[in-house]
Unconditional design. Structure first.
Length: 416
């Protein structure tokens, strides 16, 4: 094994099926080649490190920020304070607690549950739009469903006025495109487009935050912007902007891939798709198995060690760069029986698809619900859906892995 293996993982030629590479990686649970990162690919070792306070997520602790060949562009938000997913305790804990107050337990235990009706309405509207716009002989599920759905949901969560949602969609498209390497694009032009979109988004959010401080509503942005008597205090304006941008970009990208990978997998397993059509509640275990089988975030690069750590008999020295291959851990046969089999009836499914530990996916409850509603409604309403390209064209990004387009056909679309 050599660094060539790591280059293969990020090579676009491997995007449609990286799992044989992960299988080879697992033969060396902790792989290190000269001055490259320490790459951890087995379930128990990854799970342990996700809970280890000696592993840092703060890029400022990296000895060589450019030294990880598995890293992909994560966007440039240097003008804003770091988001909590790129911080360590205690700063991480403070910002995550403040962000969680209007989003989930214990302060807002019903937030996600109470969005179910609104999410149902968005899903119905998008599928109706597909039915009314053209023939069902060729549908791009990404452009027409998976991509717009999460942005609309996050707009509603934050409290973005309906008339401004198209602007949010535009910014999300531009910034998301900047996270996906494109060998044919002009790097300078692409970078400028993303920078302009980030500036426009930041200015818009700053204005909306100021307005919500004067006239607060029940939305999440109002609650983040409001002064608080809680022990953690409140966020400054720049911190609120950083957090809102994180929810928009990270939440959007993860959910797009989860829904699209999910539909692709179901179309490859028509027996499971038929079961879902007849039994919508099956969407819950299906989404959990999808998070194991085809996770939307494949790996976590650019972690660093704050002390020497021994992992699987290998000493990882203080200051080393570490990459955790979540998707490989999810296919580890020492943890999951028949790991390369898609099995929604799997009983023991403590996957790594949404991370674990203090940096587990903040938006996990919402992403799960979005995917469950999306897949169950697509299964119910699309008549005889089938793939037009297999494999479909994938995004360039190896970290946020998913199809860029998912061309499908169906015989018709049932009424809501």
């Amino acid at each position: 094994m050599s660094r060539a293996m790591l280059r293969q993982i990020v090579d676009y030629a491997s995007r449609a099926d990286p799992y044989p590479l992960y299988e080879e990686l697992r033969r060396t649970p902790v792989f290190h080649d000269e001055d490259g990162p320490y790459v951890v690919s087995t379930y128990y070792e990854i799970h342990s490190l996700l809970h280890d306070p000696r592993i840092s997520s703060d890029p400022r602790n990296l000895a060589d920020p450019t030294g990880d060949p598995l890293a992909q562009d994560e966007g440039d938000d240097s003008a804003l304070p770091p988001v909590f997913i790129r911080l360590d305790p205690p700063d991480h804990d403070r910002l995550r607690r403040i962000t969680n107050r209007p989003f989930g337990p214990p302060h807002s235990p019903h937030r996600v549950h109470d969005m179910r009706g609104e999410l149902d309405g968005i899903v119905t509207s998008l599928i109706d739009g597909i039915a009314g716009s053209h023939s069902p002989e060729r549908i791009d599920l990404v452009d027409e469903f998976s991509y717009p759905f999460p942005v609309t949901v996050i707009c509603r969560l934050l409290g973005v006025p309906h008339e401004d949602e198209p602007r949010f969609h535009g910014w999300a498209d531009t910034i998301a495109a900047s996270l996906d390497p494109d060998p044919d694009a002009d790097p300078a032009e692409k970078s400028k487009g993303a920078s302009d979109a980030q500036i426009e988004l930041g200015m818009y959010l700053a204005g909306l935050i100021e307005e919500r401080r004067k006239n607060p509503g029940e939305d999440m942005l109002s609650q983040l912007a409001a002064a608080s008597g809680e022990p953690d205090g409140s966020m400054g304006t720049l911190e609120v902007i950083s957090t809102a941008a994180l929810l928009l970009i990270a939440g959007h990208e993860t959910t797009v891939n989860l829904i699209t990978n999910g539909m692709l997998t179901l179309l490859r397993h028509p027996d499971v798709l038929q079961r879902l059509r007849e039994e919508p509640r099956l969407s819950v275990p299906i989404v959990e198995e999808l998070l194991r089988y085809e996770p939307p975030v494949q790996l976590l690069p650019r972690r660093s060690t704050l002390a020497d750590i021994e992992v699987a008999g290998v000493n990882i020295p203080k200051g080393a760069t570490v990459s955790l291959i979540l998707a490989s851990g999810n296919r580890d046969p020492k943890r999951f029986e028949n790991p390369d089999r898609f099995d929604p009836d799997r009983k023991d499914i403590q996957h790594l698809g949404l991370g674990s530990g203090i940096h587990s996916c903040f938006g996990a409850p919402l992403a799960r619900l979005e995917a469950q509603l999306a897949l169950s409604e697509l299964a119910r309403r699309l008549e005889n859906p089938r793939l037009l390209e297999d494999p479909p064209p994938y995004r360039q990004n190896a970290v946020l892995r998913g199809p860029r387009h998912l061309p499908i056909a169906c015989d018709g679309i049932r009424a809501a």
